[in-house]
Design a protein around this ligand. Structure first.
Ligand SMILES: [Zn+2]
Length: 255
């Protein structure tokens, strides 16, 4: 499957996916119509669906316009019915979505929002605002327990070589924070240098991989002794992993 990132708004990514075996294509997170329309024309593909990760405006702003123009269905989490523009095909955890010969499994990954879903194709996962490269979304609707389960169990359960495509270009700042809470993380230090070079050359930092996230992402590393010691230095009551995770999220909110 070919994945083409489409920069939208100030720091969002929409994606155009093309199943090379059949030429079938889909859009993930149509943030705004203009840049997505241009990418579709440039790639000369026929889009058969829009896949939305969650209801926030910067991920669905182009849904109605594009779905109308292209005459295609809009998939999104069933819990987002009534608040996800253009939603025609609500999906739940375990459902499958086809793009030509490629097939995605829907993962319900609440935390950032309650209806948030990921689309996990073989080798590629689209994580919206739940899992960022080296970070995670703010807990607008869910609890730390939910977010931890979404990140570590559901997304962390995918094969390590799965490429991760997220909703925003926040990577350099996320890696700076990763090194703030875990200064001894050499993998994060190396990733930051690589990401800075990519951004300097005008390229997106994404994708990462699930394996790399487990190595550098502080929100998938709340069991790390260095992170736990750093958090407990400030919050001695943070005894279990969920409390450590919640404190790390709080520290990032104020970083
Ligand atoms: Zn969001």
């Amino acid at each position: 499957m070919k994945v083409i990132p489409i920069p939208c708004l100030s720091d969002n990514y929409a994606y155009l996916l093309v199943d090379e075996a059949t030429g079938a294509a889909a859009v993930v997170d149509a943030s705004e119509a203009g840049p997505v329309r241009e990418a579709i024309a440039r790639e000369k593909v026929e889009v058969g669906a829009i896949l939305s990760t969650h209801h926030h405006f910067d991920h669905v702003g182009g849904n109605e316009e594009l779905a109308g123009e292209l005459g295609v269905p809009v998939y999104g989490g069933a819990k987002d019915e009534g608040r996800l523009p253009g939603l025609t095909n609500p999906v739940v955890h375990g459902d499958t979505v086809k793009v030509g010969s490629a097939q995605a499994r829907v993962l319900h990954i609440p935390g950032h929002t309650l209806g948030h879903v990921a689309y996990a194709f073989d080798g590629h996962v689209f994580t919206g605002d739940t899992l960022f490269f080296a970070g995670c979304g703010r807990l607008f609707e869910g609890t730390p327990e939910m977010m931890l389960e979404s990140l570590e169990k559901k997304l962390g359960g995918l094969p390590d070589d799965t490429r991760v495509y997220c909703g925003h270009e926040y990577t350099a700042k996320n890696l700076e924070f990763a090194l703030h809470v875990e200064p001894g993380n050499e993998a994060a230090r190396k990733a930051l240098a690589e990401v800075q070079a990519k951004r300097k050359a005008g390229n997106p930092s994404i994708p990462s991989t699930i394996g790399l996230e487990k190595a550098v992402n502080p929100f998938m590393r709340s069991a790390s002794p260095e992170i736990q010691a750093m958090v407990r230095g400030k919050h001695p009551d943070a005894r279990d992993q969920v409390s450590v995770f919640a404190r790390v999220r709080e520290m990032k909110d104020n970083f």
